[in-house]
Design a protein. Structure first.
Length: 94
């Protein structure tokens, strides 16, 4: 009747759903090419970090970025550390 899940798992799921999130994810952050090198990206990232702090967040994930990109350098200037590497695959079969 409960989907076959055991009691400890059900209790953990109930607890996890009611617990406020502590980590966030910046899915897309970009500055148009004509507006780059003016501090806009830094201002946007500062706002994101401030909002996360106001919401009592303890971590924020961003990316993926190419290791030698301006975005990666910006993240590192703000104290972020690269944590993972991604492999992106593409094909043009059509």
């Amino acid at each position: 009747a409960r989907g076959g899940r055991r009691l400890p798992l059900r209790l953990y799921s109930l607890w996890a759903r009611r617990r406020p999130p502590t980590h966030g994810r910046l899915l897309l952050g970009a500055v148009a090419p004509l507006w780059r090198r003016r501090g806009i990206g830094a201002q946007l990232l500062h706002q994101v970090l401030r909002h996360a702090q106001e919401e009592r967040g303890t971590g924020l994930a961003c990316g993926p970025y190419a290791p030698d990109s301006a975005a990666a350098r910006l993240m590192e200037r703000f104290g972020a550390q690269p944590m993972q590497r991604y492999h992106l695959y593409e094909w043009n079969a059509w």
